[in-house]
Design a protein around this ligand. Structure first.
Ligand code: SF4
Ligand code: FE
Length: 485
């Protein structure tokens, strides 16, 4: 079964035995939990669209290992065209779900490991790449969703892993056995953790020799013994427990993050992809981060939804012809398409690594992500400007449906007489959801901090630009003959 459909994906999750906690209690049925389920549906969309002929070119690829058709989320990029299609896939799914569909972290970690395991082997004659490719084939054959896990809790930010007063602030090996290793630590903010079959662990920062026990990478089934998930809260999350659905905004989809604790977990050797080769930790971080910065094509798709919602509420309010409204919609589109330029550019300017994997242009990927830390905020500001204050003062669906006061909500919140009040409420709730509610986790704060906070990209930009070359150009043109060193 190289390609699953959405139904098969959901059934496959039911077979997992995850240890999940939310609101202080163990969640036994994860798949049907009303708070978690919309996020499962968003991942299911990555399976659903892969089965639609009109999206086949974007959503599927040919495995370089088996020659079979696979979901692009399990694919190792074999060309620049693959990289470009990955960016297009992000926009497609962002627009389809209006939220974070979570599966990119796994794709990005697989691609990063395909490069770095090869590079470690080239230096040390190890067999990480062979192990990795065997694992990859298993993932591709079963069309698995992998959670790429990079972010450690990090403790005192001023100290290296080995200097922390609590050694578990970074994932580390606590025991080496003949058949594998035992690890302890945690990964924070894990996107899509509860909807994944596998979890792939990578180090979170560059490391030195003293930190070699922390320079580890491995993969485990998500329900391996000793892994505990603690669900993160989102603004307005309990609206999903309410009777009606209008106040949720997005009727179908959502994202989630979780704290994932590894309480002395055993990893067999065949699933270990880096073991104490500390000098490659930074390379793995950089590869994953750059791929994931490209993945923020998803925000362009969510931006499409928000622009559509802003235009719709403008029409419902009867202001769509006002020149300042038109101009704000143009500005939103300009910003959103500028983001699209970045994720297409870093893909089309990529290159082939020694492993054969195609890798994005890191400078452009970092510039793209830096834009993502800003533009969705401005697009959201404009959407809220167009929506008006009603977006946050609107009574609840229960009041709208109340036999006592529903008629007042209906009467006083009607604008365009041809538009039902309910439609106006629905579109306002969607804008609220993306810019303030559960989806704002993905569209705003994750845009800021996901795949590294803004400063991480600025450091990469400063490392990647060729300043000397720019100085040479400037000096030549104005007749300065001194050399630029
Ligand atoms: Fe994918 Fe975007 Fe979610 Fe990251 S934030 S996992 S890139 S959808
Ligand atoms: Fe992310």
């Amino acid at each position: 079964m190289a390609i699953m459909n959405a139904g098969q994906y959901e059934e496959s999750l039911r077979k997992l035995n995850l240890v999940v906690y939310m609101f202080g209690k163990r969640v036994k049925n994860v798949v049907d939990n009303p708070i978690i389920r919309p996020s499962m549906s968003a991942v299911a969309a990555t399976y659903e669209l892969a089965n639609k002929p009109e999206h086949e070119d974007i959503m599927t690829a040919t495995s370089h290992l088996t020659g079979k058709k696979i979901n692009r989320f399990c694919h190792i990029h074999q060309s620049l065209d693959d990289l470009v299609k990955k960016s297009k896939m992000g926009r497609l799914l962002g627009a389809y779900t209006g939220c974070c569909f979570q599966r990119c972290v796994g794709m990005d970690s697989l691609n990063a490991l395909s490069i770095v395991t090869f590079d470690i082997d080239a230096k040390y004659g190890t067999e990480y790449n062979k192990r990795f490719l065997k694992y990859l084939e298993y993932v591709q054959e079963n069309d698995l969703t992998c959670d790429g896990a990079m972010t450690d809790p990090k403790g005192d930010r001023g100290r290296a892993p080995h200097q922390q007063s609590d050694p578990d602030m970074f994932m580390h090996v606590v025991e080496e056995r003949k058949d594998g290793i035992v690890v302890r630590g945690a990964k924070a903010h894990q996107t899509g953790a509860l909807n994944s079959h596998e979890i792939i662990i990578m180090p979170t920062i560059s490391m030195r020799e003293e930190d070699k026990d922390y320079a580890i990478s491995f993969a485990l089934p998500s329900d391996a013994k000793g892994i505990v998930y603690i669900m993160g809260r989102q603004s307005c999350d309990t609206r999903k427990l309410e009777k009606g659905t209008i106040d949720r905004g997005n009727q179908f989809y959502g994202g989630h993050e979780a704290l994932v604790v590894f309480d002395n977990v055993f990893v067999p050797w065949e699933r270990v992809f880096m073991y104490k080769e500390y000098e490659f930790a930074g390379s793995l971080v950089e590869k994953f981060a750059s791929y994931h910065r490209q993945s923020y094509a998803c925000k362009v798709g969510v931006g499409d939804v928000l622009i559509g919602a802003a235009q719709t509420i403008a029409e419902y309010n009867g202001v769509q012809k006002a020149s300042h409204i038109k101009d704000k919609i143009i500005e939103m589109n300009h910003l959103n398409e500028t983001l699209y330029c970045g994720c297409i550019a870093c893909a089309s300017q990529g290159h082939k690594e020694p492993s054969g994997t195609y890798y994005v242009n890191t400078l452009l990927a970092n510039v793209h992500k830096q834009n993502v830390t800003r533009f969705p905020y401005e697009i959201s500001r404009l959407a809220q400007d167009i929506a008006g204050g009603l977006m946050v003062t609107l009574p609840s669906e229960e009041d709208f449906k109340s036999t006592d006061v529903g008629k007042w909500v209906e009467k006083y919140y009607k604008a365009n007489p041809n538009v039902p009040t309910e439609n106006r409420m629905r579109i306002l709730r969607l804008i609220e959801n993306i810019t303030l509610g559960t989806a704002a986790v993905g569209y705003l704060t994750e845009s800021m901090h996901g795949a590294g906070s803004p400063q991480a990209q600025r450091i990469m930009i400063s490392r990647q630009v060729n300043l000397k070359e720019k100085q040479r150009s400037a000096k030549r043109l104005c007749g300065i003959e001194e050399e630029v060193k």
